[in-house]
Ligand binder design. Structure first.
Ligand code: SF4
Length: 199
């Protein structure tokens, strides 16, 4: 058979032959397995996303907390990753080094996980339940307010001040939470009100 083959045609034919030989040698499934072996599984697969606010400072950057473990099935949810929330108007996904290290703060062995109470005269703090802590705070606030609330000043003008108890709130909250906190403080007549941002 008289076969006429141009130079371009020869190169095409040999190139295709080499490719076919290589694929044939590997086999399709083997090629896929080879690729898969080099791809790390996405660590955020099957995680729960929870939006929150960085607790560190008054900038109050938005964060997304990724946790693994389905609490609805009685599993314990573990925080495995924290990153900036790209949809948050304050930080648009960015975090400073403190915020970027939030996962270690959440998972720290020394993290305080429940209220602590130091009894009068004691030299140590002891853990108490949240219910006990809230009951005690409410009791002390009520007693002090009943005793010291000032309804009018010397001229008889209504002032409704409670000056003997102060509140230190957290500025690292949403606007809505901050609004509610301020309303509670001012509704009670508290004058001494502050947070770590001093605003
Ligand atoms: S990420 Fe940094 S700047 Fe943003 S709230 Fe947290 S500590 Fe403040």
């Amino acid at each position: 058979m008289n076969m006429e083959l141009s130079r371009r045609g020869f190169l095409k034919a040999t190139g295709a032959g080499v490719a076919a030989t290589s694929l044939g040698a590997m086999g399709f499934s083997e090629a896929e397995a080879a690729v898969t072996a080099h791809v790390r599984p996405m660590k955020l697969t099957n995680t729960t996303e929870t939006r929150n606010t960085c607790t560190y400072c008054s900038v109050a950057c938005g964060i997304i907390i990724y946790s693994k473990g389905d609490v609805r099935k009685g599993e314990r949810a573990e925080v495995i990753h924290v990153e900036g929330d790209a949809d948050h108007p304050t930080n648009r996904g960015t975090l400073c080094p403190k915020g970027a290290a939030l996962k270690d703060f959440v998972r720290s062995e020394t993290r305080l996980r429940q209220p602590m109470h130091r009894k009068p005269g004691s030299d140590k703090f002891e853990p108490i339940t949240w219910d006990a802590a809230l009951d005690r705070i409410a009791r002390l606030m009520k007693d002090d307010r009943d005793k010291n609330f000032i309804t009018t000043n010397a001229a008889g003008t209504p002032v409704n001040r409670w000056t003997t108890t102060g509140m230190l709130a957290a500025s690292a909250t949403t606007n809505e939470t901050a609004w509610c906190t301020f309303k509670v403080a001012k509704g009670l007549g508290i004058v001494g009100f502050d947070n770590q941002a001093r605003v």
